[in-house]
Design a protein around this ligand. Structure first.
Ligand SMILES: C[S@@+](CC[C@H](N)C(=O)[O-])C[C@H]1O[C@@H](n2cnc3c(N)ncnc32)[C@H](O)[C@@H]1O
Length: 311
């Protein structure tokens, strides 16, 4: 079993912002470092969830591991992104409200958008405050507060986890190891799909072995990386680059340019993999978030598809 603690020591520590009653500090601190992985992951996650629905003829239930304040659920289920949320919380008027008031405002805010999700979401996080917020504002249908690195999953938690069809994580492998995934997979009567965005400095080999022991085949998308954020400081950058060098990974063009990169792994039952490989399921489109002018878009209306100009 891999011990990630030494590598984590080289990563910036954000523990304080994960345990606040609402996500304002999270967006302020991580937003200032251009934390962007939920936005970059979502188009890929959407394609994978759509494929899951087609193959299994069921709307999947996603267990978001390290769900924090439910940001993956927010950007997946509603037409919002990390930057829009960051700007919402950065306003001086928002800074003045109490956490309880903010929860009410955010519940109304998310309810005011159409739900465009291809799945329902539940979450697991060590932070009770973050999970509570995500449930209160309606981003998660249910939540598990646990540290499965140290503790055994309870029967009640196992019942919630066992209802999931898909396990997702962004920005959390490294905080959690195979120990957490072994416990989660043991709760599941159906073999799930497991979508993991993993920083290049963390080896996924141990996870792949655990997946294999649970009847899952793992593929890595070799053709793309996903930027997680900028480095916080020179020390974090230098430490990460030396960790990568020890692992024999060349940071040129990636971390050497100042950003932490994640890779995508997908684990599935072999019969599902045979229907379509990861490469066939997923198309990564670069530049989709870079265009700022008005675009002609197709809109599904009651009278069928129509073209509209989106500002
Ligand atoms: C960088 S945040 C990622 C949050 C979210 N997935 C995202 O991308 O916006 C890491 C999260 O992992 C959680 N975490 C840390 N240790 C954990 C553990 N042992 N079990 C579950 N969650 C943990 C933290 O509380 C935090 O919410």
């Amino acid at each position: 079993m891999k011990d990630f603690s030494a590598i984590n020591a080289s990563k910036a520590n954000f523990d304080d912002i994960y345990v606040m009653p609402d996500p304002r500090a999270y967006f302020s601190i991580l937003g200032a470092l251009d934390y962007i992985i939920p936005d970059l992951a979502d188009p890929v996650v959407r394609q994978i969830l759509t494929a899951y629905s087609k193959i299994h003829d069921r709307r999947p239930r996603v267990l978001d591991v390290g769900c924090s304040y439910g940001i993956n659920a927010a950007v997946h289920r509603f037409p919002v992104n990390v930057d829009l949320l960051r700007r919402r919380y950065a306003s001086a008027d928002m800074a003045a409200v109490s956490p309880d008031e903010l929860m009410t405002l955010d519940k109304n805010f998310f309810e005011s958008w159409p739900d465009i999700g291809a799945a329902d979401f539940i979450g697991l996080d060590i932070s009770g405050k973050a999970v509570n917020y995500a449930k209160q504002v309606g981003l998660l249908q249910d939540g598990i507060v646990a540290n499965l690195e140290q503790d055994r999953i309870t029967a009640a938690q196992a019942k919630v986890a066992g209802s999931a069809d898909v396990i997702l994580s962004t920005g959390c492998i490294g905080y959690v190891s195979e120990k957490t995934y072994t416990q989660l997979l043991n709760t599941m009567s159906r073999r799930p799909w497991v979508i993991s965005f993993v920083l290049r400095m963390f080896s996924y080999n141990g996870f792949e072995k655990v997946m294999q022991a649970h009847g899952l085949v793992t593929e890595r998308l070799a053709s793309a990386t996903f930027v997680q954020r900028r480095f916080r400081d020179q020390e974090e950058m230098e430490n990460t680059v030396s960790t990568l060098a020890r692992l024999g990974i060349d940071p040129s063009g990636f971390e050497a340019d100042g950003m932490i990169h994640a890779e995508l792994y997908l684990s599935r039952p072999p019969e599902d993999v045979r229907q379509a490989s990861l490469d066939e399921l997923v198309t990564v489109t670069s530049g989709r978030n870079r265009l700022t002018g008005a675009r002609y878009v197709r809109v599904e209306t009651a009278d069928g598809p129509q073209v509209a100009l989106a500002p």
